[in-house]
Design a protein around this ligand. Structure first.
Ligand SMILES: *Cc1c(COP(=O)(O)O)cnc(C)c1O
Length: 473
């Protein structure tokens, strides 16, 4: 084969010959990028020649190398972040980007991205202004807090509060609240990195007021409570109420920090959803500082909100770390718009996509499922069979972990009862141009329709994606 090889190398087109065929691509992607891909294609072909791959075949000609280069350029320039259909049944899915923004917030975010703004500029005085000024009053209005600020996410909010109020000091926290949220956020580790000494009190299932009292020393700087967002213990349990901790903190002149996690601003029970204490209720009880996420139940952009007593918020604002963790202008623009929607709670279910998805009735989802079933049956690959089932969705992001909401789904079965076939269909669904993400349960693919918009163009797009399956599966 080595005898034949040199001839094949001679047949390869030159870089210049290839470049002449790729003028449109050069305009779009730039000379440098095109040359670099041509070179790597040629290296690949030479390696194949060396390995004898073309012994009985003709080596790639000019056209096929041009076409390979075009494909490479296209795939290299596709964005890695791509929209998907979230049919997992988890409305606030952390791995799928949590809350979707309302249109007002998207509009405001685009304006902030495209134009200079008074982000930190006081238009009255012409002097430097405050970033927080764009949303602080709104948060105070909606929660009853005296002051508020916001940072990159709730993890940052917790870190910043502890570091600002208890650096080098002790913070008692119940053993039942030492939770891990989504893998990398663990209360003990965050407390350590914040430079505070965690004082574990009580037991996993029961913590009493006397445990908090006993923990107080000259080194105590704050009390901390953590919403056990993603787990629930039942049976012989006891948790000290926020009122009791508040009272104790006040008696000792110590701040009480409550990491609420999801932090809802409206009474969920009025929307027909499981009840959850609102931020305003907790603030009214006298908690000094609450922290919560912007992109969980609030339905806004990723950020962490810190609200509470002015004295402590000021201290938090002055921490140099605040600058490192600050909220960016796009988030700020979206957050302000989302908060404004809360001024009209009656309309929230229509105006906020998260609440819209969460409060969507099973009857409505069922109607959609029936409408789409007839369209899906003919396009689903022959090895599978699809039917409508009742299922339950969850809120997600650790909000109300044990509560489920009734929903309707498509259940896709393998006719041969093959787990392999189910796995390969799930993969094919994920590989669609607009990936369809469901969940596998009891050997079936479950596509929960709660988060599929009823807009006819969205439904058509969904069916169109499924119809592309035929070719691969
Ligand atoms: C979700 C959550 C966090 C982390 O919030 P992010 O916004 O994801 O950073 C922290 N604490 C609790 C209790 C949570 O539920």
């Amino acid at each position: 084969m080595n005898k034949k090889a040199p001839n094949l190398y001679n047949h390869l087109p030159s870089v210049d010959q290839l470049l002449k065929q790729l003028t449109t691509e050069i305009k779009e992607y730039g000379h440098e990028q095109v040359v670099s891909i041509i070179r790597s294609e040629l290296v690949l072909v030479r390696e194949l020649i060396r390995s004898g791959a073309f012994e009985s075949l003709s080596p790639p000609d000019l056209e096929s190398i041009v076409s390979a280069t075009q494909q490479k350029l296209e795939s290299n320039n596709q964005s890695s972040l791509t929209p998907v259909f979230n049919l997992t049944g988890t409305v606030l899915h952390t791995n799928l980007g949590r809350a979707l923004l309302p249109k007002q917030a998207i509009q405001s975010l685009l304006v902030a991205a495209a134009s200079p703004s008074n982000l930190e500029f006081d238009l009255n005085t012409g002097q430097r202004g405050e970033r927080d000024s764009h949303f602080e009053e709104l948060i105070c209005e909606l929660t009853g807090a005296e002051a508020a600020t916001a940072v990159n996410n709730n993890a940052a909010a917790v870190l910043l509060c502890l570091n600002s109020l208890a650096l080098g000091k002790q913070v008692p926290v119940s053993r039942g609240e030492l939770v891990e949220i989504g893998g990398s956020f663990r209360i003990p580790e965050v407390m350590e990195r914040a430079g505070t000494q965690m004082i574990e009190i009580g037991t996993t299932n029961r913590t009493h007021l006397k445990d908090y009292k006993k923990a107080i020393t000259d080194e105590t700087a704050a009390f901390m409570k953590v919403h056990t967002s993603n787990y629930h213990i039942e049976g012989f349990t006891n948790e000290v109420s926020t009122q009791e901790i508040t009272l104790l903190a006040q008696q000792h002149n110590l701040p009480f920090i409550y990491d609420m996690g999801s932090g809802s601003l409206v009474d969920f029970s009025q929307l027909g959803l499981p009840a959850e204490a609102t931020v305003a209720e907790v603030i009214a009880e006298g908690v000094d500082i609450v922290t919560f996420s912007g992109d969980k139940l609030l339905g806004g952009p990723q950020c962490g909100i810190i609200a509470g007593k002015r004295e402590w918020v000021e201290k938090i604002r002055q921490n140099p770390l605040k600058r490192a963790l600050r909220i960016d202008k796009l988030t700020l623009a979206a957050l302000s718009e989302v908060l404004k929607l809360y001024r009209n709670p009656e309309k929230l279910m229509d105006s906020l996509p998260t609440l819209q998805s969460l409060t969507r009735s099973q009857a409505n989802i069922n109607k959609q499922a029936k409408r789409l079933l007839a369209l899906i049956k003919p396009v689903i690959p022959k090895l599978y069979d699809v039917s409508i089932i009742e299922t339950t969705s969850q809120i997600g992001s650790g909000a109300l972990p044990v509560e489920r909401i009734s929903s309707t789904a498509f259940a896709i079965n393998s006719i041969n009862q093959s787990d392999n076939e189910i796995r390969s269909l799930a993969l094919a669904l994920r590989k669609l141009p607009k990936p369809v993400i469901g969940r596998i349960q009891n050997g079936k693919i479950i596509l929960d329709l709660r988060c599929l918009e009823t807009d006819s163009s969205v439904e058509a797009e969904f069916i169109e994606q499924l119809s592309l399956l035929q070719e691969s599966a």
